[in-house]
Write a protein that binds this ligand. Structure first.
Ligand SMILES: [Zn+2]
Ligand SMILES: [Zn+2]
Length: 278
């Protein structure tokens, strides 16, 4: 087909490794949807006896296996897909790709899209983004690297050097807290409205601690960086190297992902309106 090369021109994805075969690329893209099907299936069947309830134990084992999964591990991810395919009795990708009805249907979609592109109705490239579990931004292992990178950065809005830089852990932008604002647009509250629908998680660069923002409410959260003895060093008075504690960062990630701002007693008992001392 002459048009078969046009997807390369119009579809871009940072989540597609060119070393993957088409087969495993399709499987990887289906993984988040299969997991959602599994959650829905589990939910639908949780209050009434499941039609094939003997699979419940198998389901729980799969959930556990997937929770323990190292997200960077391609092998484990593919194994997870295969488990789910087996559970939902989905034929293998090879069989699906050879199915005449499916091929016919896909060709029709493809021709339709091709026509749209040919008529230039789409003026931009389509980015294919994989649905993935919520995750705060990656942080460097050594705190001093983070400090060097952000301490002198300027506010993207008013261009002034931030006195009290606060790094948004949802998008990586530098903001300023309410008690030392550089400008209105860069305030933590204003940014959390635009970036996280009123929810913000900021790393206070000078203090090393976390500031949680939920609309006008704020709460502190312990630093994810500890020294070699497992101690915090707020404002780095001791000046010893600090290292990212993966467990603490994972706990913060979990609290945010599970909407703990409104439920976690650790957050609620320290919540204040407006500024407070961390
Ligand atoms: Zn942000
Ligand atoms: Zn500013």
């Amino acid at each position: 087909m002459a048009e078969s090369r046009f997807p390369d021109k119009y579809f871009v994805s940072n989540h597609m490794d060119s070393s993957y075969s088409i087969r495993s690329a399709i499987q990887r893209f289906t993984f988040p949807y299969l997991r959602r099907c599994l959650l829905l299936w589990k939910l639908v069947n949780s209050s009434t006896p499941a039609p094939f309830s003997d699979m419940n134990r198998e389901l729980d084992a799969t959930f556990q296996a997937m929770d323990n999964m190292d997200e960077s591990s391609d092998v484990l991810e593919l194994r997870g897909v295969q488990e789910l395919e087996k559970m939902f009795k989905i034929p293998s990708v090879d069989i699906v790709l050879k199915d005449q009805n499916i091929r016919h249907l896909v060709q029709r979609w493809f021709h339709h899209l091709f026509k749209e592109f040919e008529l230039n109705r789409f003026k931009w490239v389509v980015h294919c983004t994989r649905a993935s579990p919520f995750k705060l931004m990656e942080l460097p292992h050594v705190y001093q690297d983070l400090l060097r990178r952000y301490i002198k950065q300027r506010c993207p809005d008013c261009n002034s050097v931030l006195e009290e830089p606060a790094l948004c852990l949802l998008c990586g932008r530098l903001c300023s807290p309410t008690w030392k604002p550089c400008c209105r647009e860069s305030g933590c509250q204003a940014h959390s409205t635009a970036c996280g629908a009123g929810t913000g998680v900021f790393l206070m660069i000078r203090r090393t601690t976390i500031l949680l923002q939920r609309s006008a409410r704020q709460a502190p959260w312990p630093s994810p960086y500890l020294d070699a003895f497992g101690e915090e060093d707020i404002e780095m008075h001791r000046g010893k190297p600090l290292y990212l504690n993966e467990e603490r960062y994972a706990a913060l990630n979990y609290m945010v992902a599970s909407h703990g701002f409104d439920r976690s007693s650790k957050v609620l008992r320290q919540t204040t309106l407006g500024a407070f001392l961390l």
